[in-house]
Write a protein that binds this ligand. Structure first.
Ligand SMILES: Cc1cc2nc3c(=O)[nH]c(=O)nc-3n(C[C@H](O)[C@H](O)[C@H](O)COP(=O)(O)O)c2cc1C
Length: 168
């Protein structure tokens, strides 16, 4: 798929079939994640992959996350803040990785939704507890994926009112 087409047609998918995401598809998505830009190329990220339904089920009670029970492949983007070179940029680094994953998934026909974790303290604590994440690592965002069981139309959100030319 052409890049512009992929980013103009991507939507958050929240219902999935029980067909698995193949190892090849997982690799493409994780390669895209780690190819993201990051401040000073620090790459402060780690990724926890989840495909055990019993583990995934433990994230269905966070509020509005019941649908995760259908997800066959989830990735928790985490940050080792000690790897930063310029302090403070890590959420932007991890967001770049997360968005790359969303677009790569869409490109290969995998449906994905970003589930907020950081800066919600309760969700961060749940991730730590369920997955044994050490205190030095920040759980950042959950990307829930699977073979889509819904088709959402593209949305065109371009808004002239948000453009400012040469001055505000
Ligand atoms: C930082 C961030 C946090 C999000 N958190 C959630 C979430 O916790 N639960 C959820 O269902 N969707 C979540 N989303 C998805 C948004 O709701 C979705 O991107 C937005 O409604 C626009 O729809 P679209 O992705 O289909 O274009 C999140 C997206 C972002 C970028």
């Amino acid at each position: 798929m052409e890049t512009i087409k992929a980013l103009m047609t991507r939507r958050s998918i929240r219902t999935w079939t029980n067909e698995p995401v193949t190892p090849e598809e997982r690799k493409i998505i994780l390669e895209a994640a780690m190819n993201a830009p990051s401040a000073a190329d620090a790459r402060p990220w780690h990724f926890v992959t989840l495909d055990d339904p019993e583990v995934i089920r433990q994230f269905t009670g966070m509020g509005g996350t019941e649908m995760l029970a259908e997800s066959t492949f989830m990735v928790l983007v985490c940050c080792d803040v000690s790897k930063e070179i310029y302090p403070g940029f890590w959420p932007q680094d991890c967001s770049c990785a997360a968005q790359n994953m969303q677009l790569a998934a869409h490109d290969i026909g995998i449906g994905c939704v970003w589930i907020a974790v950081h800066p919600l303290a309760e969700r961060e604590a749940l991730c730590r507890k369920v997955l044994g994440i050490p205190e030095s690592i920040v759980p950042f965002a959950l990307l829930a994926m699977g073979v889509p069981n819904e088709v959402l139309p593209p949305e065109y959100r371009f808004d002239e009112a948000r453009l400012h030319s040469n001055k505000w």
